[in-house]
Design a protein around this ligand. Structure first.
Ligand SMILES: Cc1cc2nc3c(=O)[nH]c(=O)nc-3n(C[C@H](O)[C@H](O)[C@H](O)COP(=O)(O)OP(=O)(O)OC[C@H]3O[C@@H](n4cnc5c(N)ncnc54)[C@H](O)[C@@H]3O)c2cc1C
Length: 251
């Protein structure tokens, strides 16, 4: 992976993914005085497949981030209507000591931008159009990530003391109803000495329609955070599973 130059700045935390979880993480770290960079591969406002419903717990999180007034502009709802097998249940949100008894419907193109903006106001740096493409490993330690700017195509190493991955790697192909039976097929796509990549496929059982695909990459680390090889017995098991794939186990 060619990486041009070294990171000009050192951050306390590099957050990969500027969705609500990554941006909220960046907000809280920055508001506690930490130097944070969040990288988001898309540009806001961006669409995201979602029901757009915010539960009372989510509302509480957003209120805690100072977004109470902004949220009040959205459609508020006081409970859930659940429909299945000709039965309809209407359930009011319960009274709770910590959470409000209401939710909101907020479009993700607005919500996500709102949370990211709040992170910036708290002092975080947010790069849009910036994709983390590979880990940066220095002296056996995970030291950050190689970040590619999508407009220029340049890649630079960003070093940070902590790396938070909030990237949810999922592609949605077709919608499904909540009461449909689904099958999740998990495969090992790649097994190296220190890295394992799983692939997921979500099928509707009734017609085997592919609904969504995703993948996760797992890096083997010791308790002190040092990247290390997988124990032999696990590696042997992983390699047996992926024997049909090209052998990249020595990389
Ligand atoms: C059909 C559907 C309906 C749903 N309805 C609801 C609902 O009504 N209410 C609810 O609470 N939840 C709902 N969810 C779940 C909700 O969408 C997720 O829980 C939520 O989006 C997770 O937030 P996140 O920040 O972790 O991930 P995301 O919102 O997926 O954000 C991840 C971000 O990371 C970025 N990214 C990925 N890879 C990289 C990279 N390498 N470098 C830089 N950036 C990267 C992506 O561009 C993305 O912006 C629904 C999900 C689906 C699929």
């Amino acid at each position: 992976m060619p990486v041009s130059g070294r990171a000009q700045e050192q951050y306390d935390a590099l957050v990969v993914g500027g969705g609500p979880s990554g941006a909220a993480c960046a907000y809280w770290l920055a508001s506690r005085g930490h130097r944070v960079l969040a990288v988001e591969k898309k540009r806001f406002p961006r669409e995201k497949t979602c029901g757009d419903g915010l539960t009372p717990r989510a509302v509480r999180q957003l209120h805690d981030m100072g977004l109470e007034d902004r949220l009040a502009e959205f459609q508020r709802f006081d409970g859930l209507r659940s429909i299945a097998h000709d039965i309809t249940l209407e359930l009011a949100w319960p009274e709770h000591p910590d959470f409000p008894p209401f939710g909101y419907v907020a479009r993700r193109r607005e919500l996500d931008q709102m949370v990211a903006d709040q992170a910036v106001k708290a002092g975080a740096v947010v790069w849009q159009g910036a994709e983390a493409v590979a880990p940066v490993v220095e002296g056996g330690l995970l030291a950050g990530a190689a970040v590619r700017r999508t407009d220029t195509g340049t890649t630079e190493a960003v070093r940070a003391r902590y790396l938070v991955v909030a990237d949810v790697h999922c592609r949605y192909h077709h919608p499904a109803r909540y009461d449909e039976l689904l099958t999740v097929r998990t495969r090992i796509l790649e097994a190296k000495n220190r890295i394992l990549k799983f692939g997921y496929e979500l099928f509707r059982q009734s017609d085997s329609k592919l609904l969504a695909t995703g993948d996760t990459t797992h890096v083997s680390c010791r308790r002190d955070g040092r990247v290390t090889h997988f124990p032999e017995k696990y590696k042997a098991a992983f390699l047996a599973i992926v024997s049909a794939l090209p052998d990249r186990s020595t990389e």
